[in-house]
Design a protein around this ligand. Structure first.
Ligand SMILES: Cc1ncc(COP(=O)(O)O)c(C=O)c1O
Length: 391
């Protein structure tokens, strides 16, 4: 593996690279794509080999027999996260946005409130609203550049119309690995207000060396299991998001039956490419690759943070997990239109706009640093030029 290799992704139907010009007017010719959350690295060789095996065989029929897939999940969760998963609890969806949407569909009714701790991954609010449910924003508290929760304030906000809470753990976009106490707080909050608790842990393999250990929500509190749904996937960890394959893990048999009924009603079944690639990824080779990846990303994180924090008025939240850097531009005193214009038009970098992550995100931009280090250095240089008048 060579994470320094620059691979040109333009013209490959890459959402991140081929849509930055149509969406953000950042030119494809010399723009830098630092928005959509996928990486500019090839996945571990074992994943490509599995796909090559399919290609060599040459027949691409329906997928069947998911025992190896479920065994691989069981092995990975046990060895990497100390979590024993019941194979019968695992459902495979068309990725985790789809998995979230089916949870909303299966466990809430139109008009119900779904709680989000904002700012948070934008697709949650999108699917909730599209399903005719109401997003209930519980704002995270930004304490000295680190997000925390304030359950007393959230308790006061509840009206009784809420039926679900969705947690992003580790947190996108703040990069927090929630502590066990904080997770217990979320579990207690869900129990107090009788909410189904969906814990999206898609970023759980992307924890930096030296950061606190990620705790799986299912290991926090036995008494929350009857209302818990766990979301995991290989896609973010191994950079195979295009396979659109995710796991919805429902420990409680009664909740599981309701989820299974919605899956059946929607006619969902697995994509063979995603199943085969994911099975190959959850392996000792995949584990070694993730460890090397996180060491590499740690170098990117240090370089990016040093460069950004040297610009007066900009500051990045310290990342404990994820390759998504959340940059606070409020110190520039500029409007969001002006600092965004400088990033897109002057520096020619496509980023996610903070406001799309909900209340609390307005003064932020999200930068994806999972790209060869030379590009991170180039981005820092361009940003320092674009904000040179603040030096
Ligand atoms: C928290 C979170 N959940 C889900 C997704 C996307 O999941 P999928 O590609 O499986 O739909 C992302 C992608 O960035 C994410 O950050």
């Amino acid at each position: 593996m060579n994470f320094d290799e620059i691979i040109d992704r333009r013209g490959t139907h890459s959402s991140k690279w081929d849509m930055m010009e149509p969406i953000y007017s950042v030119p494809a010719a010399d723009g830098l794509a630092m928005w959509v959350a996928d990486m500019d690295f090839r996945p571990p060789a074992c994943v490509a080999e599995a796909l090559r095996g399919m290609l060599d065989h040459g027949i691409f029929g329906y997928f069947g027999d998911d025992r190896a897939y479920k065994e691989a999940i069981g092995w990975w969760m046990q060895t990497r996260h100390g979590w024993k998963v019941d194979p019968a609890a695992i459902f495979t969806t068309h990725g985790l946005v789809n998995g979230t949407a089916i949870c909303v569909d299966a466990f809430t009714a139109p008009g119900d409130g779904v709680v989000l701790f904002t700012p948070v991954y934008h697709a949650f609010a999108r699917v909730i609203r599209a399903a005719g449910r109401v997003v209930v924003e519980c704002p995270l508290v930004n304490r000295d550049g680190r997000y925390e929760m304030d359950f007393a304030a959230y308790d006061a906000q509840m009206t009784g119309a809420e039926t679900m809470v969705i947690l992003c753990s580790p947190h996108n976009p703040g990069g927090r690995v929630w502590t066990r106490d904080e997770l217990q707080g979320v579990a207690d909050f869900a129990k107090r207000h009788d909410l189904v608790l969906v814990s999206d842990e898609i970023h759980h393999d992307l924890v930096y060396p030296g950061a606190p250990r990620h705790t799986v929500m299912d290991l926090v509190d036995d008494t929350v299991r009857d209302r818990l749904v766990m979301l995991t996937a290989t896609t973010k960890s191994f950079n195979i998001a295009g396979t659109h394959t995710g796991n919805v893990i429902v420990p409680d048999p009664a909740l599981r039956a309701r989820f299974a009924a919605r899956m059946a009603a929607l006619g969902l079944s697995a994509n063979s490419f995603g199943m085969i690639m994911a099975t190959a990824a959850y392996s000792p080779e995949g584990a070694g690759w993730i460890d090397a990846l996180m060491t590499y990303l740690d170098g990117n994180r240090v370089l990016f943070d040093e460069g950004i924090n040297a610009i007066p008025g900009l500051s990045s939240m310290p990342l404990e997990a994820t390759y998504l850097s959340w940059v606070d531009a409020s110190g520039t005193g500029m409007s969001s239109e002006e600092f965004t214009r400088r990033v897109e038009a002057d520096a020619k970098i496509a980023v996610n706009h903070g406001a799309s992550f909900g209340t609390g995100g307005e003064a932020f931009l999200r930068f994806n640093i999972a790209t060869p280090r030379a590009r991170v250095a180039e981005a820092v240089e361009r940003l320092q030029k674009a904000f040179a008048d603040l030096q």
